[in-house]
Ligand binder design. Structure first.
Ligand code: ADP
Ligand code: MG
Length: 443
């Protein structure tokens, strides 16, 4: 019966055979709750995200379902994590590496959702060309630009695109921080061979935020060998950084030379038109109803980072839900009242430290300020204590207040725990190092 619905939808909507065999035939009813049917798209390595399917197939499906079942249902799409499911299947070994990859890729970061403007058109075109024919154009492809301008988005897009065309490719996406931590771990546990095998036997390596390996000699050494091995077997390497190769202080000359020999492109802050286009796309993808005047207000006032643009939109959205009001210009102005102009460098405060640490660990600032005691939250909280003490002049009591009314002995304990761990924990050292740079970027 389900297949009949799909067939009928195809005929009524003139869906091409190609679209049908590529996408539609993978639609499976996953669950029905009230009048909502959730459809899972059971295809591996999808290049597109659910919102794309929703835009194209939601209405046709609603109509056909209503015709066939004589009941009105709404539909939504999800993309199941097939790698999870396959992990238990026989071909565990292959899917294991696949799930590893998938786990690292944000399904939202695809070429489809990337808005092209004058600020990034060359980076976009080059990334797409490299994704079409890995290893043919410059190697490495080196993408640089300021924070929040789409570098990570482009790296993920390349990986999604290549996996869409070659599901069997072994692709690794890592940040240079993860690369460093893994290396340190493998040295400590005498598993350096595993590390080498992992990184040298792949078809493509995408390494994000390479600037964080500056002054780390053994990481640079190992990275150089990984790089050379891949390079010599014509495997594509894609690198991102906040600066062009020649400006990265503390990076070995031989790496700079290698990087410069490839293809270097940059992403710049978007102009007004592109900022508007990005906001419109984001609002559409997230189903946020927002008037043009509000969008204009955001696009006029937030200029330097796309992440901040998106953050402003989200803030308005949350504010409107809280107030139970629809978004309009007045609400927008109120919601963004306290947004600090991203042009200025934010002063280092406990708030900034908490926000940065929370983002780094993918938890919320409220978690940090809470009294939750699970390690995933308690440890970042202690890192905040340590950093607040180290980077601000706030008293123990002030730090305690910023962290959700903790008393001063808790702060002393947290600060000490981290200083003690720092004496032997290389990974922590690396992380603290990176956090400090994120909180107070060197200029
Ligand atoms: P970077 O890695 O350069 O710091 P990201 O790639 O993480 O920046 O981008 C920050 C946010 O902005 C992400 O949510 C990303 O999806 C979004 N973004 C960046 N560039 C674009 C673009 N050109 N079109 C749409 N969204 C974008
Ligand atoms: Mg990034």
């Amino acid at each position: 019966k389900w297949n009949d619905i799909l067939e009928q939808m195809k005929i009524e909507n003139d869906i091409s055979e190609v679209a049908f065999t590529t996408w539609v035939k993978y639609f499976r009813p996953y669950k029905v709750e009230g009048n909502m049917i959730t459809i899972s798209i059971e295809k591996e390595n999808l290049v597109l995200d659910p919102s794309w399917f929703s835009k194209k197939y939601r209405m046709p499906l609603i109509i056909t379902i209503a015709e066939v079942l004589e009941t009105e249902f709404d539909v939504q799409f999800i993309i199941p994590d097939l790698s999870e499911k396959n992990r238990i299947s026989e071909d565990a070994e292959k899917t294991d590496s696949e799930s590893l990859i998938n786990a690292h890729l944000n399904p939202r970061y695809t070429f489809e959702t990337f808005v092209v403007g004058k600020n990034n058109d060359i980076a976009h075109a080059t990334a797409l060309a490299v994704a079409e024919d890995p290893g043919i154009y410059g190697n490495p492809l080196f993408i640089y630009g300021g924070a929040g301008l789409g570098k990570t988005h482009l790296l993920h897009s390349i990986a999604h695109y290549v996996l869409g065309k070659h599901p069997d490719y072994r692709i690794i996406y890592v940040t240079s921080e993860e690369f460093t931590n893994e290396l340190v771990h493998s040295i400590q546990h005498k598993q350096i061979e595993n590390f080498k095998n992992k990184y040298r036997n792949i078809d493509m390596l995408l390494i994000d935020d390479i600037q964080f390996i500056v002054n780390k000699e053994s990481t640079q050494e190992e990275f150089f060998h990984t790089f050379t091995t891949l390079y010599e077997s014509k495997k594509q390497i894609v690198i991102s950084s906040d600066k062009p190769p020649k400006d990265i202080n503390g990076l070995e000359d031989r790496l700079i030379t290698r990087f410069k020999a490839g293809l270097t492109v940059d992403v710049q802050p978007p102009n007004y038109e592109t900022r508007m286009a990005i906001l419109k796309k984001r609002a559409e993808l997230d189903n946020i109803m927002v008037d043009d005047e509000s969008l204009n207000y955001i696009a006029t006032n937030i200029k330097s980072s796309i992440r901040e643009l998106e953050g402003a939109l989200k803030q308005i959205y949350n504010f409107s839900r809280l107030r139970k009001k629809t978004i309009n210009f007045d609400l927008t102005k109120e919601a963004l009242e306290n947004i600090i102009s991203p042009e200025e460098k934010r002063p280092v405060t406990c708030e900034l430290i908490i926000d940065t640490v929370a983002e780094h660990y993918n938890i919320s600032p409220d978690d940090i300020k809470s009294t939750k005691r699970n390690k995933e939250i308690a440890y970042p909280r202690q890192i905040c204590m340590y950093l607040c003490r180290k980077m601000t002049a706030d008293s123990l009591q002030a730090v305690g207040n910023s962290l959700g009314k903790k008393d001063h002995t808790t702060i002393i304990h947290g600060e000490k725990k981290i200083s003690d761990d720092l004496k032997h924990d290389e990974n922590l050292k690396n992380t603290i190092d990176i956090l400090i740079k994120k909180i107070n970027p060197p200029t």
